[in-house]
Design a protein around this ligand. Sequence first.
Ligand code: ATP
Length: 220
Amino acid sequence: MPEPLPAPLGLFGGTFDPVHFGHLRLAEEAIGQLTLAGVRWLPAGLPTHRGEPQVGPEQRLAMVRLATADNARFMVDAAEVEAAGPSYTVPTLERLRRQLGERQPLVLLLGADAFVGLESWHRWRAVFDLAHIAVSHRPGFPVTAAALPPPLAAELAARSADVAALGAAPAGAIVTFAMTQLAISATDIRERLAAGRSIRYLLPDKVLDYIQTHSLYRNA
Ligand code: ATP
């Protein structure tokens, strides 16, 4: 009998500008529903998919560390922040593959809005050789063939699987999972802060304290 594979590991990239409860619930519910060993958070250095974040990589990383510190199943990977250049997901996955070995099932966690844009990523098809993808539902972003560009809809149709597939191979499946729907976004949080409105209960108190101490997001 071949050795069973190690339990799948979740990988969660984002700008986290700032990290909020939508991110934390996604990671927490992914562990439970997808039976992951844990989630490795990957804050982006210079993101390539959007405008320049208002807050530098070190401060976004610090907020992710504060938000995740008390969860033993969460790990923070600072490599993208420490790298000088822009962050691309495929090279990051290649690095993690080298570090963690060929047999480790890796599960890239994406909100539905991020998945819909996958086709715009640098070398996007290489993702499927390196990791599985688990797409969480997000309010306003349906994951249906009609809502996806045709090449991505074709990959979804060919690779759609149930959760058991994540532990049966190191990479290549796409699963979707339903999470508690939280219409929280970092954009909305930044706008509230710029307008002097409350963001309490949208993100952890420790992150709120950090934002206030460092006077972040004052002039969006
Ligand atoms: P912004 O509003 O600045 O675009 P964001 O809140 O979408 O930010 P990101 O750092 O861009 O946060 O997102 C990281 C990942 O988390 C993405 O895969 C995104 O789809 C997912 N995500 C963010 N917020 C939620 C949410 N409320 N529910 C589900 N997924 C989410």
